[in-house]
Every structure is written in C-alpha cells, then in structure tokens.
Design a protein around this ligand. Structure first.
Ligand code: ZN
Length: 284
C-alpha cells in the first residue's frame, strides 16, 4: 500500500505569482531559462532514490524545452498539466480556461505519448466551475485544493465533508473524478499548510518529517509538492516585491535541494496516479 505522493510543478523562476509585481509577463521570453538545469538535478535526486513522481508541466515550458519533457516521461514519471501560461483561474473565463487546458494537454500528450490524467491550477487557484470542464477535457483528477484560511490567493472549492473531518488527500468529487488535495496539519484548533513548497523550506527538517508522520497516521496518505526554482539559490534577485512575497520566494533556497534528498530517504514516494489507481481498485 503506497501512501506518500510526490509532485513537482514544472515552471521557471520568473513565472511565479509572488514575483509578479517585478516581472512583466511580456518579458518572460527574454529571461534566463534555468528550469532545465534545475529539473536535471531533481531527476538525478529521484534516480538516486529510485523514486518516481508526478510532474505538472506548464505548456509554456513544454514549448521551449520539449526535450526536457520527453526526458522526464522517458524516465518513467507521470506527466500532468499545469495549464498553458500560468494564468490564475480567476483571470480566465471558463471558455478561455477550457481552451488553455485542451491546447496544453494536446501538446503534452504529443510530446510524451502519455494521456494527461492530472491537473494542477497555477497558485492552487482552483474554483468550482473548473471541475466539470476538467472532466470534459478528459482529466481524472485535479490536485489544486489547498485548504488555507490565511492565504487569500488560493482557490475555493466545495468539497464534500470527509469522514475524518479533514480537507486533504483523495476526495471523490464526481463520478470518476477526484480531488487530490494538499495536506494541512491541525494544530491547537488551527490549520497549518504542510504540503511542501515554501512551507517545506521554512520548517526545520525534523519538524516537517514529524508532521508528515502525523498526517500519514491520521489519514493514510500524504502529498508533497515542490518547484524546480526552489533548489536554485543562484536565480536572479528581483527588487520591488512586497517583503512578505520576497520572503516566501527566496527563503531557504540554498538548503532545499539537500532537504528534498533527505525527505526521499525518509519516506517512500510514488506518483499521484499510482495511489489513485490503487484507491479506485479498492472502491470497485
Ligand atoms: Zn505554478
């Protein structure tokens, strides 16, 4: 029985929402592409630990680095979609969103030969109207719901109440469609995000692992996420960003690669699809 799921959002440092105030979208093409080098380091760490993962690939990256996406797929990893141009769902009409996911899916399926089953919304900006469109486009799951009352940008999704009372893990949303939600830890009546990313860079390693163990004990599964730019302390520094955003983006970059490697040594991870298939077989 597998229970720890590993995921990466494949995008570059200049596409991150926290840096938006200092980086205009129109400048993306002239920015230094660092994703390929960072991804190769991640692929090496995964290979060293004989671990496979799910990669939510941005269509924009797939267009510019097709060989990278093929390389990830050839190494046995699951390729999934992170949309085309990293627009938050609230910035798109339902029609524009549908065009975005169908065009990026066609590109990724063409490159990898894999069917796209999973989707993750940019900055976890999922919203209720997107679910039937994802199902219509052929997806089997969304992995964007991150219950966090302190983060205004994260999306809002109506999820059915779970027997455990928690709002993370694999949640059936519709017939043959699932939400694979990011985990949080309940603590002193509150909720602390515990899925990875900036939270993983911020929390001391041992404390993070203790939280993972507690989540596994309470609900039986855990989902981790990270971005290739998070292991890149040499990335260009952008000024003119709100202090809290700059902190979220730049904190702990130099230690993140080592921490990721240690995490893979502590827990046994698999792609999301592996756990989902197992769960669906048990349900039938
Ligand atoms: Zn993203």
């Amino acid at each position: 029985m597998y229970s720890c799921m590993l995921s990466f959002d494949v995008e570059d440092w200049f596409q991150v929402e926290n840096l938006k105030a200092g980086i205009d979208r129109s400048s993306w093409d002239s920015r230094e592409l660092r994703v390929e080098r960072n991804m190769d380091r991640i692929l090496q760490i995964l290979s060293d630990h004989q671990t496979r993962a799910t990669f939510f690939v941005l269509g924009w990256i797939a267009r510019r680095c097709p060989a990278l996406i093929k390389r990830i797929a050839q190494q046995g990893h699951e390729i999934a979609s992170h949309g085309q141009d990293h627009y938050l769902l609230g910035e798109l009409s339902p029609e524009a969103f549908y065009n975005d996911i169908t065009s990026s899916t066609a590109l990724l399926e063409d490159l990898t030969g894999q069917k796209m089953n999973g989707f993750r919304a940019p900055s976890f900006s999922i919203t209720d109207w997107a679910i039937p469109l994802l199902k219509k486009a052929g997806f089997l799951y969304d992995s964007s719901y991150f219950y966090n009352p302190y983060h205004s940008r994260y999306g809002k999704l109506t999820v059915p109440p779970q027997p455990s009372g928690q709002r993370s893990g694999i949640i059936p949303l519709q017939e043959k469609f699932y939400e694979v939600a990011l985990p949080s830890l309940s603590f002193m009546g509150g909720v602390i995000p515990w899925g990875g990313g900036g939270y993983f860079r911020l929390y001391p390693f041992r404390i993070f692992c203790a939280g993972v163990k507690r989540i596994l004990k309470e609900r039986g599964d855990f989902l981790f996420y990270m971005h290739p730019w998070e292991i890149d302390p040499g990335q260009p520094r952008i000024s003119g960003i709100k202090k809290s955003y700059a902190f979220r983006h730049y904190y702990g970059l130099s230690k993140a690669e080592g921490k990721l490697s240690r995490l893979l040594g502590q827990f046994s991870f698999v792609p999301i699809q592996t756990v989902l298939e197992e769960r669906m077989t048990n349900v039938q």
